[in-house]
Design a protein around this ligand. Structure first.
Ligand code: HEM
Length: 482
């Protein structure tokens, strides 16, 4: 039983009385030679539905089990106590599963790695100065004026894009423009004019290339990227072309910023990081490119799901609208102080990220033998941290399938902190978390202030895995002005 294993694992490895079990004795789905469990996954709905398959596997094989997909072996964990144990034993430089296709591209083009791809001492050297800027609430809090300016552009864009039924085509792309513009504004103090009628071609290319790169990533992760490169396969070419565009555009923004320092009177993150660290221009290129990619798709995706969830839960939406109006009665834009006075706004976002997560799992590659749940996991084991099964379990969230923002106000103390980690955890937690949350709070506040979000149908909308969790169709929402 889990309790017995937890007892085992909490005792020291050197203890002679309790010997942890070998990872080989972990349960797991059927595993065939060469393909492992891949056929079972394909049979059950494919990699796009792997989050739901993991939910099913966790029910069948327990809170910790092993799995093999082709050559790729992993241990899957979906229990808050086990995750707490894992994270409490976290090493100095935690590692995630290597994103090998990205590293192969960097070697191919002789580019540096950014936070998503770096490891060890090099990773912390880059992370430290960025953390100073990005994770300190006071530092990010100062940015609300700049972020609000971009949100006003987003609101204008919603109005101009809505058809006679108040529906928007490709909401996600409009949200991408908003997050891209906000990120550029903070990183380089740059106005890219994306949410104006004359869209910047460069910026649009960046967004499209980011999507193209992510589409290629899934296949390149489960097949041999070296082979793709060797035969110059179509997918390798598309992946390379996308990265070439991403680096080229980010480099142009950075070079422009350094070329004309006097034009930029307000401080920005690039400047702060450059002044306070030893990072070379080449390192800055890689770091900033990855930050821009990290910021664009994720935050826009979280907003898309928040809009969807509110449209399907009119009661919660009405309460949110009332609470926003109490603090902002004259339709003014919110400040950070205002946001702090609307706990229900934060609860709505938290609940939206629980029921429809943007990223349903993260990973760690163990750099030492580690005991979890009574099993000894050897060094180099890849551990997948499955948030989706925990978010869906009645044990951790009553009425788990329902959108109930109030649970974050009234039952907060009862919720295990490791049962919901939309931004990951520990030393390698999402570096853009504070920025993303502030952007989302400010924009969601403004949207519910201006519009009643109405569901235009009540048919199911499924989440599909495509690096982030995308809807299987355009979300059916109309933006009715109050
Ligand atoms: C890492 C989620 C927004 C940049 C991560 C991780 C998650 C995540 C789950 C892995 C953490 C771990 O392994 O413990 C999200 C979500 C976002 C968001 C849900 C929005 C709603 C952003 C933004 C940026 C960003 C706005 C950039 C400004 C990064 C970077 C990493 C990361 C660079 C790697 C950090 C490292 O390895 O040191 N994010 N993220 N993310 N995120 Fe985010």
């Amino acid at each position: 039983s889990l309790t017995k294993r937890l007892r085992l694992s909490s005792s020291s490895l050197s203890s002679s009385s309790t010997t942890p079990l070998s990872h080989l004795s972990l349960p797991g789905p059927p595993c065939w030679p060469l393909v492992g469990s891949l056929l079972d996954i394909l049979w059950k709905g494919g990699l796009k539905r792997q989050h739901n398959i993991m939910l099913e596997y966790h029910k069948q094989y327990g809170d910790i089990f092993k799995m093999k997909l082709g050559n790729f072996e992993s241990v899957q964990i979906g229990h808050p106590i086990l995750l707490e144990e894992l994270f409490r034993n976290e090493s100095q430089f935690p590692q995630r599963l290597e994103i090998r296709p990205w590293k192969v591209y960097r070697d191919y083009r002789d580019e540096s790695n950014g936070l998503l791809t770096l490891e060890g001492e090099e990773w912390i050297a880059v992370r430290r100065p960025l953390q100073q800027q990005l994770l300190k609430p006071n530092q990010i809090g100062k940015c609300h004026v700049r972020l609000n300016k971009v949100i006003e552009n987003l609101i204008t864009q919603i109005d101009s894009c809505c058809d006679e039924k108040r529906c928007m085509k490709d909401i996600m792309f409009e949200l991408n423009k908003w997050t891209f513009q906000s990120t550029c504004s903070l990183l380089y103090n740059k106005k890219v004019g994306l949410l104006q009628p004359t869209n910047s071609k460069q910026a649009l290319t960046f967004i499209m290339s980011s999507k193209q790169m992510m589409q290629c990533l899934g296949i390149l992760m489960v097949t041999s990227v070296d082979l793709h490169k060797k035969v110059n396969s179509k997918i390798w070419k598309q992946h390379t072309e996308a990265w070439d565009n991403l680096f080229k555009i980010a480099k142009e923004y950075i070079d422009m910023r350094f070329l004309k320092p006097t034009v930029y009177t307000e401080e920005d993150i690039l400047d702060e990081v450059y002044q306070s660290s030893q990072l070379s221009r080449k390192q800055l290129y890689a770091v900033m490119t990855e930050l821009q990619i990290g910021g664009v798709e994720t935050t826009a995706n979280a907003m898309l799901w928040a809009i969807f969830n509110l449209s399907r839960n009119p009661k919660a939406q009405t309460r949110l609208n009332k609470e926003v109006l109490k603090v902002l009665p004259d339709g003014q834009a919110p400040t950070v102080m205002d946001i702090n006075k609307i706990p229900f706004l934060k609860a709505c976002l938290k609940e939206s990220m629980r029921v429809t997560p943007t990223i349903p799992f993260t990973s760690r590659t163990l750099d030492k033998d580690t005991c979890v749940g009574g099993y000894l996991l050897p060094k180099n084991t890849v551990v997948m941290i499955n948030a989706h099964p925990m978010n869906n379990k009645e044990e951790y969230f009553s009425d788990a399938k329902l959108f109930k923002p109030e649970r974050w106000l009234h039952e907060k103390d009862k919720i295990h902190p490791f049962a919901n980690m939309p931004f990951g955890f520990g030393k390698r937690m999402c570096i853009g978390r504070r920025l993303a949350e502030l952007q989302l709070h400010l924009a969601l506040c403004r949207i519910v202030q201006k519009y009643r979000l109405m569901a235009t149908d009540n048919d199911p909308v499924e989440q599909l895995m495509s690096v982030v969790m995308v809807p299987n169709r355009e979300i059916p929402v109309a933006f009715h002005k109050y």
